[in-house]
Design a binder for this molecule. Sequence first.
Ligand code: ZN
Length: 328
Amino acid sequence: MSKLRTGLLVLAGILMPAALPAYAGDCPGNPDALGTSRTLTVETSALPRIGTMQYNRSLPLDDHEVVITFDDGPLPPYSNRILETLAAECVKATYFMVGQMARAYPDTVRKIYNAGHTIGTHSQHHPFSLGDLGLKRISSEVEEGIASVQNAVGDARAVAPFFRIPGLARSYQAESYLADQRLSVWSADEVADDWHRRISPEQIVIRAMRRIEARGHRGVLLLHDIQPATALALPTLLKELKAKGYKIVHAVPAGERPQTVPDLPASMAVAEGGWPRVLPTKVAETTAATEEPARHSARRHKRLSHRLAYALKHKKHKTRTAASAFRS
Ligand SMILES: [Zn+2]
């Protein structure tokens, strides 16, 4: 974008800093928190497409500024663990939720919103070929996804007009439809490959840091809050960002939003035929398909659950391991 056009957008008040950013020094009980340095209000008309992985522009971030995003959730217990990590560091993130997941776990959707994070959407069933579907299917996936998340959170104004195409499988048809709906299409500037079946928390941290650095020490980072490895990686990732002098920016939509929504009691898992294949068992034993759903199995889930439980129990050891791996 030209400097002239950028200046006009700022003059028009299209991109406005929020009134009450949460500074690191304000983080209760953690004077060394990474914190959230500022809030960036994103107006869809000014930023219809975001993320240099697929588009020619991204959020107007300064040097060493990062926006953290989470896709595919929510899914207890991983989403909850990630929420705890974000809260401990007073970091605000942007979520792209799947409609079916929001329907299954509305209490977690509300918990995320009430923690001050931004909630966008990511389709109803997470089809991996959204861009190639007919317009009718595209519109139903997008609209149902938004409706499900709005119903889960209990207030339509709480859901941002931010949409991320599943699998980043863009098409001109899908982008044109989303533009007509006045939705900002979010790609990303960096991914950490945290959907891979065998990636370790250490590798997630390493790849995220290297790619943020490679892209000019800034960017919109895409992660997944349904992945146990991501939940394990996040504490170390936030500490590494802090150590390297990065600041977190919280992207929020323009317009009025409720400050909080009423909490719900914990919900039961809902078994449905499509994505995300929530298992009809106790909440603590449920999981969802990853970006590789065909490989998903109850056996794999059990292994990952045990791994997460062990790692959380031995959190210090894991954190040290990840940190030393990054240094090497
Ligand atoms: Zn996804």
